[in-house]
Design a protein around this ligand. Structure first.
Ligand SMILES: Cc1ncc(COP(=O)(O)O)c(C=O)c1O
Length: 706
């Protein structure tokens, strides 16, 4: 429970609503060989393409937790889950019967794991509460003098006996004898499930720890992770998640605390929160922090609601318009719409900076309605915007506030801060700058920090006192969001200290500029500052290669996989480009390996630029077809392709799989070759028939599945 999270929730909807879904949907596609290949469809692209028309602002969510929940089902399988459910229900029945026998009314007629007991009156409830606390048991006490009790598979017979004894004046032997004999109410009422479930083979094979371990390892081997090589995903800050920072999240003392455990039982967490809030205030230069939002986008929403509460308090409820630069991350406009704001886009100039003239014009034009500007600094173009202070002044002069998107704080910590540029509120992606692992798309944490005038509006909570005196409604169910993973950021800052986190920023910027220096003669760097420097990331312009060699940015990204690297961010914020962010965690040796790979790829398509025969080959322009002579278009090359008895390509197997000498020693084999994107988008699969079915159907008739 981690004192509030992280945790995942799933939901399902009818076919008709699938395109309106927030969250991640995995489509089943095919690779060039007709092999089934899973591919994420919809979701984040939703925001980047549809922006203010997106159906949600969710970017980081709870992917890792969803995987954990899935693995629970893999390990236990349908029979195991059934046994677990029966055990829980039987214990709950036993408890219910025991309480009735002890003279208490159990109020839930139909229940699975949760019962509600009428404690009769306030006095009895208080006595039970006192006894429970003495016995280290937390129950839920309601204002109507009822008590709710939930059991799970970790509850033992002894636990049930201990709960029962709270309701008895003295210990009773006969109650304990009955434990475990609870009947199944669902069976009795003929409401138990008869249909099959979890029929996919994956839920029916891995039921020993050894099998499970090997299954997980096989899955891990399909992945390029930081354990293989640098992941230079711009805007994602894939830095080291040190074992020493992650260690405490495994402590039962932190992990097993319910979000609404009494405050006097959570002093350790309170200590962590107050220190973390203090440090984040110092880092941002702001006066107050809320640890409630669970992601950057949730922080955006919370920050915007705080801004709106501020305007409302000043009787300026008409301020409902957000200015957002064209270069903004897709979550910005999506969050603004969720917060009830109208979005007006501000242009960027040819250097990637906010077009000051356009900003002024729009701020003045919408002076009466202006709520705020959302600005990312350093910008998503990878530069410290020189006019930033002027920008914030223009907004303030027109009655608006400035929301700074803090996704790029890795370029600021210790060197500058959002308060210094004149912002009023920012979020911090703790899963970027402050070392929480991304987990393939979450969990994350997106606390907000605010200037003094916004502190009273920080998110409150109805059950636990937190936030400002005029706090907005909570943005998450738990008062401090996903408390457990805050320990990681706490450890990161505590262990590095002020000097350490500042050095991290310096090295992140230095590493980015080193990459720029090595790569700029091969890939034009789209934007840089006056001194020719970038911030902590940069955009490599690949658009021209389409003209010179018919090479798309996607081809470069896929070819990098043959070299053992995860692609940088593709086509954000500018279509046809790569955004590269090395972070401070990479050694010079690793940066050089990456540059060598990028340069080698550039040389590969230089050959194509210089030879129209190579360019055209037998190609027909369809990315799912093989190109006999073009090593980029055919990338990534799987072990199956390279070891096949048929080799129709006009380059060697060695060039395909081991284009540089060091690759032999650390080869990553991609499990699938080039995937048909459009096919995956159309074929969202939410049930799990055996994969063999896809194999058969895909090779027989691709169209059938669409
Ligand atoms: C610039 C920027 N803003 C906002 C976000 C959204 O943050 P989150 O994914 O935590 O919701 C991101 C995430 O990648 C980002 O890069």
């Amino acid at each position: 429970m981690g004192y509030g999270g992280p945790h995942a929730a799933f939901f399902a909807a009818k076919e008709a609503y699938k395109r309106n879904f927030p969250g991640r949907i995995i489509g089943v596609s095919v690779d060039k060989k007709g092999k089934p290949a899973l591919r994420m469809a919809l979701q984040t692209r939703e925001q980047h393409i549809r922006r203010d028309k997106a159906t949600s602002n969710i970017c980081t969510s709870q992917a890792l937790l969803a995987i954990m929940a899935g693995m629970y089902a893999v390990y236990h399988g349908p029979d195991g889950l059934n046994k677990i459910a029966n055990k829980i229900h039987s214990l709950a029945e036993t408890l219910s019967a025991g309480l009735e026998k002890a003279g208490f009314r159990q109020l839930n007629e139909l229940f699975f794991d949760t019962i509600k007991v009428d404690a009769k009156d306030g006095n009895t409830l208080d006595q039970i509460r006192k006894k429970a606390i003495k016995n280290k048991i937390n129950l839920r006490y309601n204002t109507d003098n009822s008590i709710c009790i939930s059991l799970d598979e970790t509850t033992s017979n002894e636990d049930v006996a201990a709960i029962l004894s709270l309701f008895k004046e003295k210990e009773s032997k006969d109650l304990e004898e009955k434990i475990g004999a609870g009947e199944n109410r669902f069976q009795k009422m003929d409401m138990d499930r008869k249909s099959t479930y979890l029929t996919h083979p994956v839920f029916n094979k891995h039921h020993s720890e050894t099998e499970m371990m090997r299954y997980l390892k096989r899955l891990e081997n399909k992945d390029i992770s930081l354990t293989n090589s640098m992941i230079s995903l711009g805007s994602c800050t894939m830095k080291l998640n040190a074992a020493s920072e992650l260690y405490p999240i495994g402590f039962a003392e932190f992990g097993n605390i319910h979000p609404f455990a009494p405050l006097e039982q959570t002093k350790g967490y309170q200590y962590v929160f107050s220190n973390l809030e203090k440090w984040l205030s110092k880092i941002t230069g702001f006066s107050g922090v809320s640890l409630q939002p669970n992601s950057g986008a949730q922080g955006e929403y919370a920050g915007l609601m705080v801004i709106q509460a501020y305007h409302e308090k000043r009787n300026e409820t008409q301020r409902n318009l957000a200015l957002i630069p064209a270069s903004a991350h897709g979550t910005n406009p999506a969050s603004a719409i969720m917060a009830g704001l109208e979005v007006v886009v501000v242009k960027c100039d040819e250097n990637g900076n906010i077009d000051l003239k356009d900003l002024k014009e729009k701020a003045e034009l919408h002076k009466e309605k202006l709520s705020c500007l959302m600005v990312t600094y350093p910008s998503t173009h990878g530069v410290f915007e020189e006019g930033i202070k002027q920008i914030t002044k223009v907004i303030h002069a027109n009655g608006g506030l400035v929301y700074m998107d803090g996704a790029n704080m890795n370029a600021q910590v210790g060197l500058t801060n959002p308060a210094a540029i004149g912002a009023d509120v920012c979020h911090l992606n703790l899963h970027k700058t402050f070392a929480i692992p991304h987990g393939g798309g979450g969990p994350g944490m997106g606390p907000i920090a605010v200037a003094k005038h916004l502190v009273p509006f920080l998110p409150a909570h109805p059950l636990v006192k937190t936030g400002g005196e005029n706090g907005i409604n909570p943005v998450s169910a738990a008062p401090w969001g996903s408390s457990l993973i805050l320990l990681i950021s706490y450890g990161y800052i505590k262990m590095l200290g002020g000097q350490g986190v500042t050095d991290a920023t310096r090295i992140a910027i230095l590493n980015a500029n080193y990459l720029k220096h090595r790569l700029q003669d091969y890939y034009p760097v789209l934007f840089s500052g006056k001194n020719g420097r970038v911030a902590h990331e940069m955009i490599l312009d690949c658009r021209n290669f389409k003209r010179t060699a018919q090479i798309e940015v996607e081809d470069i990204a896929k070819r990098l996989v043959d070299y053992g690297f995860h692609a940088p961010t593709v086509s954000f914020p500018v279509a046809g480009t790569l955004m590269v962010e090395p972070t401070e965690s990479e050694s010079k040796e690793e940066l050089d390996r990456f540059c060598d790979a990028m340069i080698s790829i550039r040389n590969e398509f230089k050959e194509i630029e210089e030879s129209s025969a190579l360019r055209n080959g037998n190609a027909n322009g369809d990315s799912t077809n093989f190109f006999p002579s073009n090593v980029l278009k055919n990338a990534p090359h799987t072990s199956e392709t390279v070891t096949s008895d048929h080799w129709d390509f006009q380059y060697s197997r060695e060039k395909a799989a081991f284009p540089l000498p060091w690759i032999k020693d650390r080869k990553y084999w991609c499990p699938v070759s080039r995937i048909d994107n459009a096919f995956g988008d159309r074929n969202l699969v939410c049930s799990c028939p055996p994969m063999e079915i896809y194999e058969k159907e895909i090779s027989e008739n691709k169209e059938e599945l669409v």
